[in-house]
Design a protein around this ligand. Structure first.
Ligand code: PMP
Length: 351
């Protein structure tokens, strides 16, 4: 009988929260539909895609649109099937079997997953009690442990915390490792390293269209860095990794700067409103504590987090519960969705 090897024997397929819920605030997606005229223009572009032909392997028009939007040279951009694929490609290619990579926990769980599949050694560095990164500790550990790749999200999913640019610079300069800086949520904050990526030959910045751009369904992400690094990603990735429909659709959206900017500020406003509502609840119910977040989600710390999570599910509201942080991560939604989650949490404490 065929036996799976020990590396994959106990793995289980990725399973998002199962079940039907009226309100889904569990995956940090955008709550905004695209403006009708933009949706129509993108749909027209998709209709003219020749389906009998393979996609452009370099996703050139898409990468040009991204490069123009973020004012980076086109040569320094690679596209992926979501930034998730890029994380996988980067960990497979910049690490050799047995090499050490570092994560700073709590952080996005896929880093450790891909590190494991790449048969590499995880060096896990803990954040402090407020989920802040201790830059000196990270530098010292990376250099002592001969870490070849350091990966972290900034702003961080799931903590919502941000590390300011000055500290990020210090980190990149302080380690010998390749630094993979995942800026999936940076469109909601203002400390991006993109304008100065060229100053570092050990830096890769990841971006995604899944959050602020509201295109999670398309699976489009980008890596930006030194040409040598980006060329290596392009050499390792599968040739036709981003399908033609996604390339054409995402290009149209990225080119509509005004629509994107409007969406970004609406999402920021929704997150601010959600946090204000949660803070008002925290005043009344000291069992919850609201941690500042610079992303599109709010973070609620509580010993009762699991019970609140279950109560919300019973009320058809899905959020994410993180046992390791005793916290809930609640994605900003429409005004009605935010009101509903706030009302349900209030009800939890009243009953
Ligand atoms: N990085 C971070 C920090 C994320 O939270 C996510 C999505 N949850 C991703 C990367 C992956 O995004 P995508 O593959 O949709 O681009």
């Amino acid at each position: 009988m065929y036996e799976l090897n020990s590396k994959i024997r106990d793995l289980t397929p990725y399973k998002p929260l199962a079940g039907e819920y009226k309100i889904r605030l569990d995956a940090n997606e955008s709550f905004l539909p695209l403006p009708e005229d933009l949706k129509k223009a993108a749909a027209d572009a998709v209709l003219s895609v020749p389906l009998n032909r393979y996609p452009d392997p370099t996703a050139s028009a898409l990468c040009r649109a991204f490069a123009a939007r973020y004012d980076v040279p086109f040569e320094n951009v690679a596209a992926g099937n979501g930034s998730d694929e890029l994380i996988s490609v980067i960990m497979q290619s910049f690490l050799m079997k047995g090499d050490a990579y570092a994560v700073v926990l709590p952080d996005f769980s896929m880093y450790n997953f891909y590190g494991y599949v790449s048969e590499c050694r995880a060096v896990e560095i803990e954040k402090d009690g407020f989920w802040k990164i201790d830059v000196d500790k990270v530098i010292e550990t990376c250099n002592n442990e001969n870490v070849k790749l350091l990966i972290f999200s900034n702003p961080c999913n799931p903590t919502g915390q941000g590390l300011c640019r000055e500290e990020v610079r210090r980190l990149i300069k302080g380690v010998r490792a390749l630094v993979v800086l995942d800026e999936a949520y940076m469109d909601f904050w203002d400390e991006t390293m993109l304008p100065e990526f060229a100053a570092y030959d050990n830096l890769l910045i990841l971006k995604t269209c899944s959050k602020a751009f509201g295109l999670a369904a398309l699976r489009v992400g980008f890596a930006v860095g030194d040409e040598k690094l980006v060329r290596a990603i392009k050499a390792v990735k599968s040739p036709y990794n981003v399908n033609s429909l996604s390339q054409a659709f995402a290009k149209c959206v990225l080119e509509d700067g005004d629509a994107c900017d409007r969406a970004f500020s609406e999402i920021r406003a929704s997150k601010a409103a959600l946090e204000t509502g949660l803070r008002a609840l925290a005043e009344k119910y000291p069992a919850i504590e609201i941690r500042d977040s610079v992303t599109n989600f709010a973070v609620v710390k509580s010993e009762k987090a699991e019970a609140i999570f279950r109560y919300l599910l019973e009320n058809s509201i899905a959020v994410r519960y993180f046992k390791n942080m005793s916290a809930l991560r609640i994605t900003a939604g429409t005004a009605e969705e935010n009101e509903a989650v706030l009302a349900a949490i209030e009800k939890f404490f009243k009953t």
